[in-house]
Ligand binder design. Sequence first.
Ligand SMILES: NC(=O)c1ccc[n+]([C@@H]2O[C@H](COP(=O)([O-])OP(=O)(O)OC[C@H]3O[C@@H](n4cnc5c(N)ncnc54)[C@H](OP(=O)(O)O)[C@@H]3O)[C@@H](O)[C@H]2O)c1
Length: 327
Amino acid sequence: MKLAIIGSGKIVHDFLTIIKDLKKTELSAIIGTERSVDVLQQLSSEYHINEVYTDFDQALEQGDFDTVYVAVPNFLHYAFAKKALEHGKNVISEKPFTVKYEEFESLKKIALEKKLVLVEAITNQYLQNYLDLKQKVSELGDLKVIESNYSQYSSRYDAFKAGKVLPAFDPKKGGGALMDLNIYNIHFIVGLLGRPQKVSYLPNIEREIDTSGILTLDYGKTKAVAIGAKDSTSPVVETIIQGNKGSIVVNGPTNEMPSFNVFDKDKQLIEKVDHNIYPHRMYQEFVEFEKIIEENDLATVKIKLQHSEDVMWVVKHALASAQLKLE
Ligand SMILES: NC(=O)c1ccc[n+]([C@@H]2O[C@H](COP(=O)([O-])OP(=O)(O)OC[C@H]3O[C@@H](n4cnc5c(N)ncnc54)[C@H](OP(=O)(O)O)[C@@H]3O)[C@@H](O)[C@H]2O)c1
């Protein structure tokens, strides 16, 4: 794919470290703001990105790319993705897909009508450990309880406490713990069980934003809890799946899925699984995106969009249950 990146922040720097291994990706353009033009130029020269733009309209008119990677703060995903699709570009959007469910629906409609690829960059859905875990859960019998915790004290929380509100903590920019870290837990759980019957969110709110919170997902015979925290953490950040015949413990956060252990119902270790094929968590998703885009594999896109839609449904109802308003 001929890729244009929008943004030059933390995740773009991270992503660019794997670009040398993405053999089917040509970096065509990077797009950002006037205030970050030095960073854009520096990334362009370091990673041999042909074109630099500070105006997305101009990039769409003049740029030589077929796919856009939307890596800007959450509240901007929708506008950039919509414009890109309307100009006939495939879109890879960072998580969360959009802030509002209706925005996601609108993007989906345009992409399907125009037969374009539209996918969410959500690492865990593509990691081999997660794909293997999906097979292994059938060995646990009836699933009873899932507890998924992704807590990571954020350096941006210190800035927030000091009075500086960065997008990750800004309710007007789709920030907060649910949209940031807990979204991985939601993807993890929904990827296993689909759309729940009911959800409820219990957030810790500071200055109108959830700095941490506990989400419950009710599947009838299975109950799940998703914990996301940007204001606290602990040495144990893991996910536990309990069935009546055994359990699985994921040894680490749900964005990386570093490894997992399978236990029988007597708590004896049966198997340790660590099959991720590349150390960087973003590699597998982008290899898959390269393939989907090369083949214009719209059947896979539809499956991925259904999953993202179920996640967006959970987010919508979680926010409503806590009367949290994100713009
Ligand atoms: N950080 C992570 O580890 C991580 C992991 C996975 C996913 N993500 C997702 O990636 C997205 C970006 O997160 P981040 O941590 O990289 O944020 P970030 O460090 O704040 O970077 C955001 C980037 O977007 C640019 N930007 C802001 N407004 C723009 C506009 N109107 N036009 C073009 N560019 C604009 C910013 O430029 P200025 O600096 O000039 O404003 C900056 O380069 C978020 O949706 C997040 O959920 C992040």
